[in-house]
Design a protein around this ligand. Structure first.
Ligand code: GLN
Length: 511
């Protein structure tokens, strides 16, 4: 079926039908990704370092740092993946290449997670870089510019992200820890099975995309393809092969850098400034009006670094907090599983409701603009972290506190996420010029990379104070740390709301 772009974009109803295909591919990819992510810190601290001479606090610190490094690299490569899609591969081929690498990574991990841990993870890191930004950009391509249904589309897509994250985030670690299917899986194979599940679902994601792409018309074709948006840009085959070969050359480098986290520091110190230079270089080539929009996009990107730095404690310090300081007073559920999946669970229900709220407010002409929504995102995040702080008032003398209160914090934080994250994806596609879409989406995720990186540092800082302390002292340290983070979030939210008129001017007609 050869649909034209117009036929796709002039769809009737609320959603373009192609969005469901992208929804499911992304859902399975996020299952794979969050399944792996949910296992990282725990696996490093409890399995990889099991027989090491390090003290528990040192193990936790190492796990946090390595977790932060892995996450930082995952999102840093989205910039490269987005840019290479714009310039060489096109969105579809990038997505496929990324998916294949993710499958390879998960298979390596499932064969021998103990010895090949960092090797396997490196495949997943680059693979996600090729997959993640480009599927999000394709969602934006389903809409004409100015179509007011775009945000609703991204909200739906975001629900798909979280459906995958929810199931993957809970199931994989539960299998690994032996909390699920332990009767059927021999103890020594638990982690292998958990990682192979990630590989299996990624295969489903790619098969699903094979069917979806038939209905995508010209969207995502390689530049230079006669039907693509840039048919005159001829891409020689060797460039494409160089990308594939370059990917393999990167793997050993990433492996070293995530293992020895001090290299990540150098990498992060270099990649951000380089990206900005490249961004400003591209900015010089566009019109003044386009330049203002790119500048507005940059403000969103910079603020999101702080957001993710605080938010992403969930995979690092909060994962250790969940393992040591939470009881099971929420239906007997595993606290780590709840920590990994609770946010996603709420999003699946809240995303459509919040979408309706925006429409309701929009009809009354009081819908907050994107900048104010971002500000609200920070305010909710801040309040959520104050609730995390409050868990200390419910602790017993062993330093164990209520999973219920913790879950309320997750709920509040999730409201914040919904005001910022899907809106951020959508605004990137709206503010980017046509041939910088992949790069801008990559930059949006690069901000997450910095966020993850900062998150790892903050988490490691908190774990360090734990040294020699009792479980109760550790709880107090974590809780006080969360209070501090909550305050930063509140301040950022207020600043954003105050400067919103200026950013709105830069955005011009974009809402
Ligand atoms: N949770 C969202 C996702 O997985 C956002 C991630 C991010 O940008 N840091 O897509």
């Amino acid at each position: 079926m050869n649909l034209t772009l117009d036929e796709i974009q002039n769809f009737k109803g609320k959603y373009p039908k192609q969005i469901w295909g992208l929804f499911f591919s992304e859902m399975w990819e996020r299952f794979c990704f969050y399944g792996m992510r949910g296992m990282l810190t725990f696996f490093i601290a409890h399995v990889l370092l099991e027989n090491s001479v390090l003290k528990i606090a040192e193990k936790n610190e190492t796990a946090n740092l390595q977790y932060g490094a892995i996450q930082a690299f995952v999102y840093a490569f989205t910039f490269l993946g987005g840019m290479l899609a714009d310039k060489i591969l096109g969105f579809r081929k990038s997505l496929f290449w990324g998916g294949i690498l993710m499958i390879a990574g998960s298979i390596i991990l499932s064969i021998n997670p103990h010895d090949f841990f960092f090797f396997g993870i490196s495949f997943t890191v680059v693979g996600t870089g090729f997959f993640k930004p480009n599927i999000s950009t394709m969602v934006g391509k389903l809409y004409k510019s100015g179509d007011s249904r775009t945000d609703a589309g991204f909200s739906l897509f975001y629900a798909g992200i979280n459906l995958g994250a929810l199931i993957g985030g809970y199931v994989c670690i539960a299998i690994g820890k032996g909390e699920m299917f332990s009767k059927y899986i021999p103890e020594n194979l638990r982690w292998n099975i958990a990682f192979s599940l990630a590989a299996f679902v990624m295969v489903i994601s790619l098969i699903n995309f094979l069917f979806t792409q038939r209905k995508l018309g010209t969207i995502g074709l390689q530049p230079g393809h006669p039907l693509s948006e840039n048919p005159e840009t001829k891409i020689s085959k060797w460039k494409e092969y160089a990308v594939y070969a370059g990917t393999f050359a990167l793997i050993p480098l990433i492996q070293i850098m995530v293992h020895k986290t001090q290299y990540t520091d150098y990498f992060m110190a270099v990649i951000g400034p380089l990206t900005l230079i490249y961004f400003f270089y591209e900015m010089m080539k566009v019109s003044t009006s386009e330049r203002k929009k790119l500048l507005a996009a940059l403000v969103f990107i910079l603020f999101s670094i702080l957001f993710w730095g605080i938010y992403e404690q969930s995979g690092g310090s909060l994962s250790i907090f969940a393992a040591n300081n939470l009881n099971k007073d929420l239906f007997g559920l595993d606290p780590n599983g709840v920590n990994n999946s609770g946010g996603s669970f709420f999003i699946i229900f809240l995303a459509p409701l919040l979408g309706l709220l925006w429409i309701w407010l929009g009809k009354r002409k009081i819908e907050p603009n994107t900048v104010v929504k971002f500000g609200l995102g920070f305010l909710f995040l801040g309040m959520g972290y104050y609730v995390l702080f409050a868990t200390k008032f419910f602790a017993n003398l062993q330093g164990v506190t209520s999973l219920n209160i913790f879950t309320i914090a997750l709920l509040v934080i999730t409201f914040g996420e919904l005001c910022l994250s899907p809106i951020g994806l959508s605004i990137m596609t709206k503010l980017s010029t046509k041939n910088l879409q992949g790069m801008m989406m990559g930059m949006w995720f690069l901000a997450s990379a910095y966020g993850q990186y900062v998150a790892g540092k903050i988490g490691a800082g908190m774990a360090k104070v734990e040294d020699g302390a009792t479980n109760y002292d550790a709880l107090i340290t974590y809780a006080d740390g969360y209070k501090q983070l909550g305050l930063y979030a509140l301040i950022a939210g207020i600043i954003l709301i105050l400067i919103s008129p200026i950013i709105k001017k830069l955005m011009q007609e974009v809402r």
